[in-house]
Design a protein around this ligand. Sequence first.
Ligand SMILES: Cc1ncc(COP(=O)(O)O)c(C=O)c1O
Length: 369
Amino acid sequence: MKNDDPIYVAQPTMPPLEEFIPYLEEMWRTRILTNGGPFHAKFEAALCEYLGVKHISLFNNGTIALLIALQALRVTGEVITTPYSFVATAHSLLWNGIKPIFVDIDPESLNLDPGRIEAAISPQTTAILPVHCYGHMCDVDGIRAIAETYGLKVIYDAAHAFGVRTESGTILDYGDLSVLSFHATKVFNTFEGGAIVCPNNTIKKRIDQLKNFGFIDEIHVVMPGINGKMSEFNAAFGLLQLKRLDAALQRREAIDARYRKLLQGIAGIRCLPPGIEATPNYAYFPILVQQAYPLSRDGLYQKMRERNVFARRYFYPLISDFPMYRNLPSAAPANLPNAGAVAETILCLPMSSNLSEGDVDRVVSCIAD
Ligand SMILES: Cc1ncc(COP(=O)(O)O)c(C=O)c1O
């Protein structure tokens, strides 16, 4: 890479094109393009094995998977969620006619703070929708305790958490359902794609029907489903992607370590501490630009852009500041001081398995010089 080539916040990991050609030839031969074809079946099985989960339902993207996860559990009324996420998290509630209730985040983990959930529960509350932000595990025990006490469902937005493991297994086993995204910017991508991790075959079957218009057989439609199916192209690509995933994750770990080493000692720059998970996925590299730094966060963001380095302000603005949410009482900035403070100082540095050591050094030099 030339020294001034653009460096983007994320760049998809992709296999060599020639390795994908045989998969395409197979599709051209069978002419099965979608509706649960052979690649779809193989990819579901391979993902279950890789992730260490029992049942998974594939989707065309993570947003539709979130919408369907809420439908499948018949979530209604009010749902407690975080303002510090990608906007799709809360949009999935509005699309289901559910009122989001924003609760502040923990200032260290940047995940929903279980200590603040109880006060936000009303007679209408039916579920909690937390996010494993940046792939860092939520306080799953704290959230489970509250959910059990109040009889609430828990759906984890695990869009950032592909491959994250705890001491005892996958992070995707917590809650009633977990939702993944395989968008191009994610640790694991299928161009576009997503999935719901299901605890048993009964709920998987219902989810499979919901993502296929509500068909239960050739002529019976028993619910108002949607088209959330993953195509054979995306499934085949995912199958191929799995082969190189471990190498990509190792590369991310090395980049994370290099950033931490090089950024150490720069006054006013704080790296987010590692999460509590046993096996992280190094999905993002967020820093907090604090007062001791000579530039504001936006000043640094601009300076980097001028040097062709495209960091991103994930997550700014807060979801609760967007027009369709900001009039909700729970969206008031006074209710969300931690999320508000982090949104003003956060900057995600470029992170992908394609970054060279020289690229990382160039990103850091924008911050240090
Ligand atoms: C936290 C979070 N939730 C949901 C989504 C939506 O996923 P998708 O883009 O696959 O629809 C994304 C990312 O795009 C995300 O970052």
